[in-house]
Design a protein around this ligand. Structure first.
Ligand code: SF4
Length: 258
């Protein structure tokens, strides 16, 4: 089946092609633009995307944590759930005076589970929090400062070895708690790039990460803001169904085929 066939198969009624060539979008009956399967090639104009999003949304002030440890707890608790749910669990931990590595290690597992119930998958997440705190104590004497002094890629590898910490969580910890220059890739990022024709939805995590890191090497400030802007874009416009491309700050790039 050709790419055109695939696009037509993906097309669900009431659309007309608005562009042909390497990438194609369709406009729905409601006037929205619906991005169909693109053909990846070249290098995404990330600098332009960033400028457009920053102009539209302004600074995002991420991550909303009061301390590096709270950011780490948040990065684990927000896995597979909304930030609101994670925040509610963090508030419980704060109220009980448990937002420290020692306190998390010492609190009985059942109590921890009950306090973070709002974040979903609370049994697993309680184990994950404890696993991170054990790792921190065993490898860095419980000191986040010491941990974040480690070279970025070495620490990243170590974090990926901790139970419950995958690439997105590891990079969130490195960037938002430790100010290390890594880019955090999430579902919003891959969806956006895929819809603009720069990657596939199932592109490998590290390949997408590298697209950003090679364009802004060592720029933690840019990675911090860019990821937050992409999340905002994903929530506001680039939804799973019916993306609001006509209203999105990146809509014109789709129209231009990039
Ligand atoms: S980022 Fe904006 S313009 Fe691009 S596909 Fe998503 S909603 Fe459409």
């Amino acid at each position: 089946m050709s790419n055109t066939d695939l696009r037509q198969t993906a097309h669900r009624g009431g659309t007309e092609p608005v562009r042909t060539g390497r990438r194609r979008a369709t406009r729905t009956e409601t006037g929205r633009i619906s991005a169909l399967r693109p053909v990846p090639s070249g290098k995404p104009p990330l600098d332009e995307y960033y400028n457009s999003l920053f102009t539209a949304f302004g600074p995002q002030h991420w991550w909303p944590g009061k301390s590096p440890f709270e950011v780490i707890v948040g990065a684990i608790l927000t896995q597979n759930t909304s930030w609101i749910n994670a925040e509610s669990a963090i508030s419980n931990l704060r109220r009980e005076g448990l937002l420290s590595p020692t306190a998390i290690e010492q609190v009985p597992l059942r109590r921890l589970q009950s306090l973070i119930r709002a974040s979903g998958y609370f049994r697993q997440k309680a184990h994950k929090l404890k696993a991170f705190c054990r790792f921190l104590r065993a490898e860095f004497g419980g000191s986040l400062k010491r941990m974040f002094e480690a070279p970025t890629m070495m620490l990243r590898e170590e974090l990926l070895g901790v139970f419950g910490i995958g690439p997105e969580t590891a990079d969130s910890i490195l960037l938002y708690a430790g100010d290390h220059a890594v880019f955090v890739v999430d579902a919003y990022t891959t969806r956006l790039l895929s819809r603009h024709g720069w990657s596939h939805e199932k592109e490998k995590y590290d390949d997408v990460r590298w697209m950003f890191e090679r364009q802004f090497p060592g720029n933690a400030k840019r990675f911090n803001e860019f990821h937050a802007l992409i999340v905002n874009t994903g929530k506001t416009f680039c939804r799973t169904r019916d993306p609001l491309c006509g209203e999105c700050p990146l809509g014109r790039y789709l129209e231009e085929g990039r």
